[in-house]
Design a protein. Structure first.
Length: 221
């Protein structure tokens, strides 16, 4: 009960922080039209731009692209369906992925923000706010964190993997800023929306799973 209570407090605090962060970014960018923070971050990164870091950031940002996430989601579905035999996890993966994708396109078109006009290497397509890489990274790798937290028994391996996945999410978001295809506010908003949607999706899917086990499974059997 103490562990459950601690989880509820932490998740509630993170949800509140995500809402506050997203509202703040929307107000700053679209109401106040204040981009000074974004410009300061670009200038602060200028001294660290070099060929080696460019290659690293391109490699990191690939892990948040649809070219990687689509096959990764498909592989994860089959892993849970055929290897681990977790039917509901195999449902959660496409449900979270597809709903996150739809939400991303919806928000981008609602806010309709142009990307930075100074890409470091090559220009990115589409709109800027919120960052799709940030949003989709949180929902995909966040779902992995959720699975690892609930399924892995070895505490050392569990928290090592969770720490690695959290760092990867942050690095993917940072890579978009470094490559100047997103503003920092885009990435922070993407993180916030991604976390909110992941938690809400898992909560809804959890209710569906609970209902299925209590009401539908006995009828089927």
């Amino acid at each position: 009960m103490a562990l459950l209570s601690a989880e509820v407090v932490v998740v509630s605090a993170l949800l509140t922080g995500a809402v506050v962060l997203f509202v703040y970014m929307v107000r700053r960018v679209f109401v106040l039209q204040n981009n000074s923070f974004d410009e300061k971050i670009f200038r602060a990164l200028d001294p660290y731009v070099n060929e080696s870091t460019n290659k690293l950031m391109v490699a990191v940002t690939f892990l948040g692209k649809h070219e990687f996430l689509i096959p990764a989601n498909i592989a994860l579905i089959f892993w849970f369906l055929l290897v681990r035999k977790h039917r509901w996890y195999s449902i959660k993966v496409p449900a979270v992925a597809l709903s996150s994708l739809g939400l991303m396109f919806l928000l981008k078109n609602v806010f309709n923000r142009e990307r930075p006009g100074i890409p470091l290497l090559e220009e990115a397509k589409g709109l800027s706010f919120p960052s799709g890489h940030a949003l989709m990274s949180v929902t995909f790798y966040g779902l992995l964190i959720y699975a690892v937290y609930h399924l892995w028994k070895n505490e050392t391996a569990k928290w090592s993997m969770i720490s690695f996945l959290l760092l990867l999410i942050l690095l993917i978001g940072f890579s978009r800023i470094y490559l100047r295809v997103h503003y920092t506010s885009d990435v922070l908003a993407g993180f916030a929306v991604g976390f909110l949607w992941l938690v809400l999706s898992l909560k809804l899917l959890g209710y569906m799973e609970h209902y299925s086990r209590r009401k539908l499974q006995p009828v089927v059997e």
